[in-house]
Design a protein around this ligand. Structure first.
Ligand SMILES: *Cc1c(COP(=O)(O)O)cnc(C)c1O
Length: 355
């Protein structure tokens, strides 16, 4: 039985992505060779690479003057690469949870960090709305979707200085105005492909302004100058990501997924809000459409494991909440069908009836 996959990451991918990647592992582009055993400089793979970059630009309407890179090291590597390359004296950060805090920790290694807003006071259950962005900072960094706490800012913040966005868990789920950003990064394993590659979109003019020496591999310019192929890129994750991008385009692009994702989230939040046993943990105006976090109401706290077991028996996997929040988390990434959300809603209703 195909499972209803609510894992937070690595997470569900489209069947199109899985099938085409399997086919290429067996025989890539009729070369009589596996994707796993060919040169990254073969014309067949260079075509894959170029198409993946072009589709990112098309789907996100990236303006001229930006480069698309596919880097190793995960989104966590970007926590350091961003300030290494962009922070001269001072940067502003919004602290909305574990990932943002990790980014802040790394930035402090490179200069002054002004944490202009934080939701730590309420266990990161909301996205701070009131903050003043210092005009003398080099950039404002924010995490658009907080995968662990289920909060999201579904717009580009107003800022007098360039933005840097960690969009690991909500890229390709809404239109963004890329021109407001110096840099956007996203680990692939939430909404794009398998783990092992991180998508980076960087404004060329934002680079080369810091005075420090940057190690070759950690310098964005190294990769830009060599068309993303300074060293061996993660061939397999890039191939799989290209399949997802093709699928996104075929299905009608970001706007189509935005509508679908909003519908899926509405269906699930509605079920939670109308249940007596379950409560959502995120403030209503900050609710993520990607990661829906909820817990048992206090009177039913002892039923938590029973609900997980009940859901597992119905083919629902990956709904256990992150250990820092507890309870449940259902991740509704682009590849998750509405039917899986309906199956979870049915499970919630049946569980309530039985208990
Ligand atoms: C998962 C995640 C990360 C960490 O990604 P890695 O690729 O494991 O380093 C960073 N930021 C956000 C928002 C995430 O969801």
């Amino acid at each position: 039985m195909k499972k209803h996959n609510f894992y937070a990451g690595p997470s569900i991918l489209s069947q199109y992505t899985i099938d085409n990647t399997i086919a290429a592992i067996k025989d890539f582009d009729n070369m009589g060779l596996s994707l796993l055993e060919i040169s990254h400089r073969s014309k067949q793979f260079v075509n894959v690479f170029n198409e993946a970059c072009a589709l990112v630009k098309e789907l996100l309407e990236v303006p001229e003057g930006y480069s698309v890179l596919w880097l190793g090291g995960g989104a966590s590597m970007q926590f350091a690469m961003v300030p290494f390359n962009l922070l001269n004296k001072k940067a502003a950060y919004i602290d909305t949870g574990t990932w943002a805090s990790n980014a802040i920790k790394e930035a402090k290694l490179f200069g002054e960090v002004d944490v202009i807003a934080s939701s730590r006071d309420k266990n990161f259950s909301y996205f701070p709305k009131d903050f003043t962005v210092p005009t003398d900072a080099d950039y404002l960094h924010f995490t658009s979707n907080n995968t662990i706490y289920g909060t999201e800012l579904r717009k580009d913040p107003d800022s007098p200085i360039p933005l840097v966005g960690d969009m690991s868990s909500d890229i390709f789920t809404r239109k963004i105005d890329v021109s407001k950003y110096d840099l956007i990064y996203a680990g692939a394993q939430k909404n794009l492909g398998p783990s092992g590659v991180t998508l980076v979109i960087v404004k060329n003019d934002a680079l080369g302004k810091v005075e420090r020496t940057i190690p070759t591999m950690l310098n964005y310019m190294t990769h830009i100058k060599k068309d993303g192929m300074y060293n061996t890129p993660p061939v397999l994750p890039i191939y799989a990501s290209l399949q997802t991008l093709r699928h996104y385009k075929e299905q009608g692009g970001v706007e189509k997924f935005q509508a679908l994702d909003e519908e899926k989230a509405a269906v699930l939040y509605d079920a939670i809000d109308n249940s007596r046993m379950f409560v959502g943990t995120a403030a209503e105006d900050s609710r993520s459409i990607m990661n829906v976090c909820f817990v048992m109401a206090p009177d039913y706290a002892e039923l938590e494991q029973a609900f997980i077991d009940f859901a597992t028996a119905r083919g629902i996997v990956g709904i256990k909440g992150h250990r820092s929040v507890g309870g449940f988390r259902a991740s509704l990434y682009n590849a998750l069908p509405l039917d899986s959300v309906k199956a979870l809603v049915e499970t919630i209703k049946e569980f309530e009836k039985k208990n």
